[in-house]
Design a protein around this ligand. Structure first.
Ligand code: BES
Ligand code: MN
Length: 457
């Protein structure tokens, strides 16, 4: 192991330069004009994987390609097999004017590397590639076989990956999936995430008059769809932060005493959180701490609200329609289909007769929960402790990685979520960054992980 750790130590500058090359691809999966950038990024990744000694290929899909890279298989080897999952696609960088320097021109400032995709997810996933490189380049035998699956559609719902998993079920069968695409509280606190929230997405449109109307001539005599939507949405939540839709909390598994104790160890005070988020006051469901609220409680969130005239100056109209983009984050054991139904039925029942409601369904995924006491989880905790020299905390994360459910259903494998992102990394926001201490310690964690995991399978 020592040669592996030494190799990592000696090559950090080159690793950062390589990560910068990776970050220069504008692999924005949501925006069709960037399709060639996704392909170029996937091809760069394959070339890089080959250079470090992996067998790698680009797998075309109906959407963006999937990169598969494997350690060379030894004949008749009985080494256990693990998968490392990540994504090379990134969120749109807009609004561009809020970036200090352009999103696809990586900039190093102290120990922070700024670029779109740096923490989510190129940098985090790259740490695992560098750990394998260290094994391969120092001739240190890996105690297991590894397959990297790095997709290009995570930020748009992983549409192609589930089919790919089914088609390649045999090749991808593994004892566990390792994912670094979540967070940790700060550089000195390593964490194992044992739960993720699920999600349902949909759009509501309220249709009013056949066209935008003069608000002086007709205002006061027809329903204003924007007002109707505002009043409808306002009824969803009470003053204590609880969702009033009947049945919304049915089946929500209560937190055990053990879990509440673990969650309490999360080292972020309300005062720090307020500052980080730039709010005067925190607001959430009464009876739960902030960490509980954003990790283990379901939400109804308005992601976008549009109606009427949005341009400069004023325009006196009654708009023809109003629209809201909604997501609900779900927790164990809420079933996405049931929540979607009760929420949509409730919205329809509460819609005034003066407007017509249209609901379009978006993506959905169940929450994810594995026992932090399982043998693989315990192995991961040991690897984290070795790399960070500190006892890791256990956490539930509020974000979603829908594909983990399919790793379980299709491949029968649990996911180990070993996040390297920090709360102030600005994932999905302007000036996204990745901390190089997290990068380096993440590589060491990965190097230790294969020893720890292979030992228990
Ligand atoms: N890496 C995130 C998920 C994440 C972030 C989980 C932080 C836990 C903590 C991932 O890339 C992501 O953003 N997922 C989306 C999924 C959605 C598009 C279905 C999310 O959570 O909004
Ligand atoms: Mn993301």
């Amino acid at each position: 192991m020592q040669p592996v750790l030494d190799y990592l130590k000696q090559n950090q500058d080159r690793f950062v330069a390589e990560l910068c090359d990776y970050l220069r691809f504008a692999s924005v999966s949501a925006q069709p004009p960037h399709k060639p950038d996704l392909l170029a990024c996937a091809e760069w990744l394959v070339a890089h994987c080959r250079k470090i000694g992996l067998d790698a290929r680009v797998c075309a899909t109906e959407g963006h390609p999937i990169v598969v890279a494997k350690t060379r298989r030894e004949k008749n080897s009985s080494r256990p097999h693990f998968m490392v999952y990540g994504h090379y696609d990134v969120q749109p960088p807009e609004p561009l004017d809020l970036w200090t320097t352009p999103p696809f021109e990586p900039r190093l400032e102290g120990r922070n590397l700024f670029a779109r995709g740096s923490t989510d997810n190129k940098g985090q996933n790259f740490a695992h590639l560098k750990a394998v490189e260290a094994y391969l380049q120092t001739g240190t035998p890996l105690p297991c076989d590894l397959t990297f699956v790095i997709e290009g559609e995570e930020e748009v719902g992983s549409k192609s990956l589930s089919g790919f998993l089914k088609e390649n079920r045999k090749e991808l069968a593994c004892a566990a999936v390792v994912i670094s695409d979540t967070g940790m509280p700060d550089v000195t606190h390593p964490a194992l995430t044992y739960a993720l929230r699920g999600i349902i997405a949909f759009e509501i449109t309220l249709h009013g008059p056949a066209r935008d109307l003069h608000s002086g001539i007709f205002g006061g005599t027809v329903e204003n769809p924007a007002m109707a939507l505002a009043q409808l949405l306002a009824k969803v939540r009470d003053g204590q932060g609880r969702i009033k839709i009947p049945g919304f909390y049915d089946g929500v598994a209560p937190l055990s005493k053990y879990e509440r104790e673990q969650i309490e160890r999360y080292p972020l005070s309300d005062a720090k959180l307020k500052k980080l988020l730039g709010v005067k006051e925190l607001f959430g469901e009464r009876g739960f701490t902030a960490t509980e609220q954003r990790s283990s409680r379901p939400t109804f969130e308005i992601n976008g609200l549009t109606s009427g005239y949005q341009g400069e100056g004023s325009k006196t109209i009654v708009p023809a329609w109003a629209r809201a983009k909604i997501t609900c984050r779900l927790v164990p054991d809420q079933k996405p289909a049931r929540i979607r139904k009760i929420v949509c039925d409730w919205l329809k029942e509460n819609c005034p007769p003066t407007v017509r409601m249209e609901i379009t369904a978006g993506h959905g995924a169940e929450a994810y929960l594995v026992s932090p006491k399982s043998a693989p989880a315990q192995a991961a905790l040991r690897a984290l402790e070795k790399a960070f020299n500190r006892s890791p905390i256990l956490m539930r994360e509020g974000g979603s990685i829908p594909i983990v459910n399919e790793f379980k259903q299709i491949l029968g494998a649990d996911s180990l979520l070993l996040g390297l992102g920090l709360p102030d990394d600005n994932a999905h926001s302007p000036n996204e960054k990745f901390n190089l201490d997290c990068f380096e310690k993440g590589q060491r964690m990965s190097a230790h992980l294969w020893q720890e995991l292979a030992g228990i399978v």
